[in-house]
Design a protein around this ligand. Structure first.
Ligand SMILES: Cc1cc2nc3c(=O)[nH]c(=O)nc-3n(C[C@H](O)[C@H](O)[C@H](O)COP(=O)(O)OP(=O)(O)OC[C@H]3O[C@@H](n4cnc5c(N)ncnc54)[C@H](O)[C@@H]3O)c2cc1C
Length: 368
């Protein structure tokens, strides 16, 4: 027996993809339920870097001012290449860092303010299927039936039907207080040991940083990622760590990356964010793609319900739209992952060149 759906849209997962999907759907007048397995605010292992691309998405959503007001501004980069050389370049602010407990709580609150219902601490167990389509979700508190589902439950999604092998990066990160660093300058080290990926230090406040790395899953077969991270910390930050105070445990989380859009939707369900692998294969950037796909998913659901479009047609149009808006960035990332590491040392040498520094109005090397 089939029941009338309780909701127009159920969104599984309240990361950036899910909260933006719920907010935009509620703003379009849909009855929307947003579910997250964890109680908010919750920790998500992530450096919290809001890239220029993410800033553009937030601007278009009308959320940039709120995020920027809570975030820490970045005005420069200390860049290390595979040769061990490094340079620091500073300039106008182009990115910000906001720790994920605060970013995600802010975006979920925006969804609620727009009219979505948010149940945190409610785990989605899988899809309710009916008549050849997804018709809601099963949760640990019972079924929630819906006309559409947006699956935004991250790297370990329960909704993907993508048969392609997963391309996974491994990560490990830690947070510190009293860690000496140059304020408003982030740090990236493309060590030979990590190539083609890198390690970072992202300042979250004048007295708090996160430090981490990501590498191909098979980059250090047999060596635990924590050991790779320990060696990195020893190489770069032995002096700083003798003064710093660790905040909490080291954390790891898989990054599921791709450079092509496939299998991202099916009748009744649109996948958004990392649930459909929308993470840059070179940089690991995923917040901008998550928010953008969440917004697109909400728009496509709202249009489909308004126009009574067949679910398969909606799914196909959504996939085409992801290809148009998001795939080029992922493809660029894949090119950089394959070839970009060769550019880092020449870039560092340019950054060290006194003529370039004078022209770019940078302090001479060694001064800041
Ligand atoms: C170490 C690390 C550093 C990173 N740094 C950056 C960075 O600086 N900048 C950047 O842009 N990207 C970064 N990323 C990538 C970024 O974190 C992700 O791409 C982004 O969080 C994806 O957003 P999302 O909303 O799709 O999924 P998530 O943010 O993973 O959110 C998924 C949500 O779903 C919930 N959930 C999971 N399973 C269930 C379930 N069964 N039922 C209900 N809820 C569920 C989770 O609790 C979570 O809240 C980093 C990733 C890692 C691992």
């Amino acid at each position: 027996m089939s029941h009338a759906p309780d909701w127009d849209l159920v969104v599984a997962g309240a990361g950036p993809a899910g909260s933006i999907a719920a907010r935009e759907a509620a703003r379009r007048g849909l009855r929307c339920l947003l579910l997250d397995a964890r109680k908010f605010p919750r920790l998500k292992p992530c450096a919290g870097g809001i890239s220029p691309r993410a800033r553009g998405v937030l601007r278009r959503l009308g959320l940039w001012d709120k995020v920027a007001a809570a975030a820490y501004e970045i005005q420069g980069i200390r860049l290390g290449g595979p040769s061990g050389r490094e340079t620091t370049l500073v300039g106008a602010g182009s990115a910000v860092v906001l720790d994920r407990p605060r970013l995600d709580a802010l975006l979920a609150a925006e969804a609620v303010a727009a009219g979505a219902t948010f149940h945190d601490g409610q785990r989605v167990l899988g899809a309710v299927r009916e008549g050849g389509r997804v018709a809601g979700v099963r949760t640990d508190a019972g079924d929630a039936r819906a006309r559409w589902v947006v699956a935004a439950d991250g790297a370990n999604t329960r909704f993907s039907t993508d048969p392609r092998p997963r391309h996974v990066l491994h990560s490990c990160m830690a947070w510190f207080a009293q860690f000496p660093f140059r304020p408003h300058v982030l740090q990236m080290f493309f060590d030979a040991d990590l190539a083609p990926h890198y390690a970072w230090l992202f300042p979250e406040a004048d007295d708090r940083v996160n430090v981490g790395l990501c590498v191909e899953a098979d980059r250090h077969t047999g060596t635990p990622i924590r050991e790779v991270f320990r060696r990195f910390l020893e190489r770069h930050y032995a002096a700083e760590l003798s003064r710093a105070r660790p905040l909490g445990e080291w954390r790891g989380h898989p990054l599921v990356v791709t450079d092509s859009i496939e299998h991202h939707a099916a009748p009744g369900v649109l996948l958004a964010g990392e649930a459909c692998r929308l993470v840059n294969p070179a940089t690991g950037e995923g917040i901008s793609y998550a928010m953008e796909s969440g917004r697109l998913a909400a728009d496509f659901v709202a249009d489909a319900l308004r126009d009574r479009e067949a679910p398969l047609a909606t799914a196909k149009r959504y996939e085409r739209s992801l290809r148009w808006h998001i795939e080029p960035g992922l493809r660029g990332g894949e090119l950089f992952r394959r070839w970009g590491i060769r550019l880092i040392d020449p870039l560092v040498r340019l950054g060290q060149n006194p003529w370039f520094r004078k022209w770019a109005k940078q302090a001479p090397v060694g001064e800041s």
